[in-house]
Structure formats: structure tokens, C-alpha cells
Design a protein around this ligand. Structure first.
Ligand SMILES: [Ca+2]
Ligand SMILES: [Ca+2]
Length: 397
């Protein structure tokens, strides 16, 4: 027995020393693999997190510093640290900022509900309608002239509205702090009572982009959770097809799927849905603001973004049907082109007729190579009822 004891003690000491050396290493590896955090970038991300506390338009960065970030962006890997919302406290999710007009919405790290790991990002609106409450972050690297694919899992409970992932690319001219939108595109929305559902959005980031934001959030009333998000940069896939309708669900046969709610109203009293009243015999969009005396400058509506137009020369032919009923204000379809020149141009409006007749409208939007994206937006300003159906956006070379 005495002969065996000394080697045993030596062995125990060696084990303890090895554990002491490898446990921190294992922790770091686990942290990176499980959580997505790289230890050496924590400092830089901490600064990024501070930046998130500011609103988008108050970002301060040097354009020359941003100018050479594009070349360093790695392709094919998830660029989001803390993609599973594992790191943080209930009130603060590491690497993510909280935003949106919540009307009392609570945005938090939920350590009970998760798709993987132990936590997710959650939003509860608490009975009132929320306008984009959620979490957002700025991409540290700029994937200029590339496609980005933003994906993640969304779970909803009693959500009247929609939960989504959004990519927002902004540009800026000179020293001005005012930024302008180049691309704003949202993923397939999730609503109602949905278990974890993969949602994704792919869009092209034009070379003029100076900031790219990622957001997970909701519109409406209810609860939503987000987990396992990823942002992957790929070479451009130029999939712009000519001669076909580029809009998804253009005639509202799938309800409001693919149409993202857009509102500047702090308290929108919005009713929307589909009614089988369209000129095509199928469902049409029905939009109504019940609030009596709603001012005409309160825009509420839906949009769908068409991306991937950059570098193309041709026209975008718009066609559809619109019908107004008891409108106190205006209903219309706007086509908003976001260009590298930094101005919103090619905005075409169509006033709604008061009465029951469907009215056909057409517009031809020049695509000059610098149009980064186009929104087809259905607007209701003021109150009343608006019907829209059979929308088409066809690119022709
Ligand atoms: Ca998680
Ligand atoms: Ca229809």
C-alpha cells in the first residue's frame, strides 16, 4: 500500500494542474462555440453595444474608417455574436440594444423560453399595440456589394400583428449626420400562436451603404420570442427576373403574408385583414383606421420591399386596383425608390376614390442602375376604409 501512495499523489497533483490550465480554456472555447462570442472581440463589441444605446440617426462614425471595412468581411460565417441571446441579464442582452415605440412593451432576455441553449429575446406588448419594439444591433463589418442573409427562429403567442427579422441598410452623404435608407427588408412574418418558425430575409447591400442594422421585433399586440439568429454574407446572387411579378402574395390570397406593417402613429387604431371583395374574385386587402378625427399626417399602412435592383437598367411597371370608402383623409399606393443619391424619388401616389368602384392604376418607375430597393406601400392617412388588390411590380429591361 505504501508503495502505491506516492504515484497516486503525483497523479492527483498532475490532474489538478491540468484542470487548472484547461478549464479556463474550455470555458473560452465553449463560450465561442455555444454562445458565439469571441473573447478577443469582446472589447470592440462592448463599444458597439454602447453605440446601440443611441438612436440610429445619432450614430457618429468616420466615413473614411468605414470605407475599408467592406473588404474584411468574411463570407459564409455567422457574424452575429450572442446569436442565441445566451449572454446577458433579463434587462440587458449583451451586444443587442432595445428599441421601438413599445407603448409599454417589455423587451427582455427570457431564460425560461428558448429554442436552444437557455435563453431567448422576448417582447411582450402588454395589451397595447407596439410599433417595432425589439432588439437591434449594428453590423460591425460592412458587407458592401454583397448579399446578406439574416435568419432566425421566431415563436409567437396570441400575436395580432407580426413578428419579423429586418435588415436596414443606410447611406450618408459627406459629413452630414442625416442618414437615408437604401434597403429596408423584412423576413416572412410570424403571427398568431406559432411554435419556433425559421424566418429569413436575403437582400443585396449596395456599395454606398455606410451602416447596416439588424432588428428582431414585432408589430401589434401579443408576445414574440427570437432565438438562434444568424447573419451570413455571400457573393451577390443576381436573381432579378424580368417580365414577372416581383411581389409576393400580390393579391392577398395568403392574407397579409409578406406585407410588413408600417406606421408612424403613436397609437394606431388600425383594423386590417382580407375580404373576398377583390376585382380578381379573390381576397383583397382591407384597411381601416377607426380613430375618429385621425389627422391626415398619421401614415399607417403596409409595404413590401423589392431588393436587388442595383446595377440594373430598365423600368419597374406598377399595376393594381384601389378602392376607398368613407375616407376622411387619403388612401393610396406609393412606390418609393431608395437610391444611392440619398433621396427618395420616383414617388407615385394614387388617390382613392370615395365610393364603391374599383379603380385601376399604373405607374412606370425608371430603374437607373442606382436604385437600391423599391417599396410598394399601401397607405391610409387619416381614417376611413381602403381596399387594395391585384398588385403587380414587373421589371423590364
Ligand atoms: Ca438561445
Ligand atoms: Ca385578390
Amino acid at each position: 500500500m505504501m508503495e502505491n501512495k506516492k504515484p497516486w499523489i503525483v497523479f492527483a497533483v498532475v490532474v489538478v494542474v491540468l484542470l487548472g490550465l484547461t478549464v479556463p480554456l474550455q470555458f473560452l472555447v465553449r463560450r465561442e462555440v455555444v454562445v458565439g462570442l469571441e473573447a478577443e472581440t469582446a472589447h470592440a463589441h462592448a463599444h458597439a453595444e454602447e453605440d446601440h444605446e443611441h438612436e440610429h440617426e445619432h450614430e457618429h462614425e468616420h466615413p473614411e474608417e468605414e470605407g475599408h471595412l467592406g473588404a474584411e468581411v468574411p463570407l459564409g460565417v455567422n457574424l452575429i455574436a450572442n446569436y442565441g441571446f445566451e449572454v446577458g441579464t433579463r434587462g440587458q442582452i449583451w451586444g443587442w440594444a432595445q428599441g421601438g415605440l413599445g407603448q409599454g412593451a417589455v423587451i427582455y432576455r427570457d431564460d425560461i423560453v428558448s429554442r436552444s441553449g437557455k435563453a431567448s429575446a422576448a417582447v411582450i406588448t402588454g395589451g397595447a399595440s407596439g410599433i417595432d419594439p425589439g432588439c437591434f444591433r449594428k453590423l460591425d463589418a460592412l458587407p458592401r456589394a454583397h448579399d446578406v442573409i439574416f435568419e432566425g427562429y421566431i415563436k409567437t403567442e396570441g400575436l395580432h400583428g407580426e413578428a419579423y427579422l429586418k435588415v436596414l441598410a443606410e447611406g450618408r452623404t459627406g459629413e452630414e449626420e442625416n442618414s437615408y435608407v437604401l434597403v429596408s427588408s423584412t423576413s416572412d412574418d410570424v403571427d398568431g400562436d406559432s411554435d419556433w418558425t425559421l424566418s429569413s430575409v436575403r437582400c443585396y447591400i449596395p456599395p454606398e451603404a455606410t451602416m447596416v442594422w439588424l432588428e428582431v421585433g414585432l408589430y401589434g399586440d401579443g408576445r414574440a420570442w427570437f432565438d438562434d439568429v444568424s447573419l451570413v454574407v455571400e457573393e451577390r446572387e443576381d436573381t432579378l427576373a424580368s417580365g414577372v411579378n416581383l411581389l409576393k402574395n400580390p393579391s392577398f390570397e395568403q392574407g397579409l403574408k409578406h406585407w410588413h406593417i408600417f406606421s408612424l402613429s403613436p397609437e394606431p387604431l388600425l383594423e386590417y385583414g382580407v375580404l373576398p371583395v377583390g376585382p380578381d374574385g379573390g381576397p383583397a386587402l382591407f384597411l381601416q383606421d377607426h380613430a375618429p378625427g385621425t389627422p391626415e399626417d398619421k401614415h399607417t399602412g403596409f409595404y413590401q420591399a423589392i431588393c436587388g435592383l442595383y446595377g440594373h437598367q430598365g423600368t419597374l411597371d406598377i399595376h393594381g386596383w384601389i378602392r376607398g370608402d368613407d375616407l376622411d383623409g387619403e388612401g393610396r399606393v406609393d412606390v418609393v425608390a431608395f437610391t444611392a443619391a440619398g433621396t427618395i424619388n420616383q414617388r407615385f401616389s394614387q388617390g382613392a376614390a370615395v365610393g364603391d368602384a374599383w379603380r385601376e392604376f399604373r405607374a412606370e418607375i425608371p430603374i437607373d442602375g442606382e436604385v437600391a430597393s423599391v417599396w410598394i406601400r399601401i397607405n391610409l392617412d387619416g381614417n376611413g376604409r381602403l381596399f387594395v388588390d391585384g398588385l403587380e411590380a414587373v421589371y423590364r429591361e
